[in-house]
Write a protein that binds this ligand. Sequence first.
Ligand SMILES: Cc1cc2nc3c(=O)[nH]c(=O)nc-3n(C[C@H](O)[C@H](O)[C@H](O)COP(=O)(O)O)c2cc1C
Length: 169
Amino acid sequence: MNKTIAVIGSSRRNGNTGNLIDLIANKLDIEVIDLSLKNISTFDYEHNNINDDFLTLMELILKHDNIIFASPVYWFAMSAQIKIFIDRMSDFLSVDELKDKGRQLRGKVGYVVSTSISEEIDDSFIESFTKTFNYLGLGFGGFIHANCHNGFHSRSYQDDIAGFIEKLK
Ligand SMILES: Cc1cc2nc3c(=O)[nH]c(=O)nc-3n(C[C@H](O)[C@H](O)[C@H](O)COP(=O)(O)O)c2cc1C
């Protein structure tokens, strides 16, 4: 099995973020999980949602060493799909039976793939991932950002994509 897996949270699977992660995924021959197709509900303090798709998805993700989070910038922040997914990591901290599973995240490495209509990605966007990774015990492997002001043009990002892929090999 490949050591890397990606999750995408975008409001359109084949939009800018989808195109960027697909390029990376094709080169690495890795699976891309579309969070929009999963039934993952927002964090529930009562854990009445424990049987939705979150845990099954995490079982799959935990079989990998590297986890890529692909998100567009929606209002200066990660997409709602990615945020809901990350919020659910709190299940690992608050459900006793899941704490061992949560510890399996330790030592894995998280990566960020983002698109927006700005040349630069805000530090606050990246930090919302890196601080979460740090809390969960994941390392941070790096990020790639594409300015899609005029759509996603892969040729403009050939070098960045090659550099990003190198980090994942
Ligand atoms: C709801 C929404 C909010 C957005 N907010 C921002 C933003 O804060 N900063 C920015 O540069 N682009 C923003 N954009 C533009 C998207 O980040 C950009 O078009 C991105 O490439 C879309 O990726 P997608 O095709 O995967 O949705 C926003 C787009 C949408 C739909």
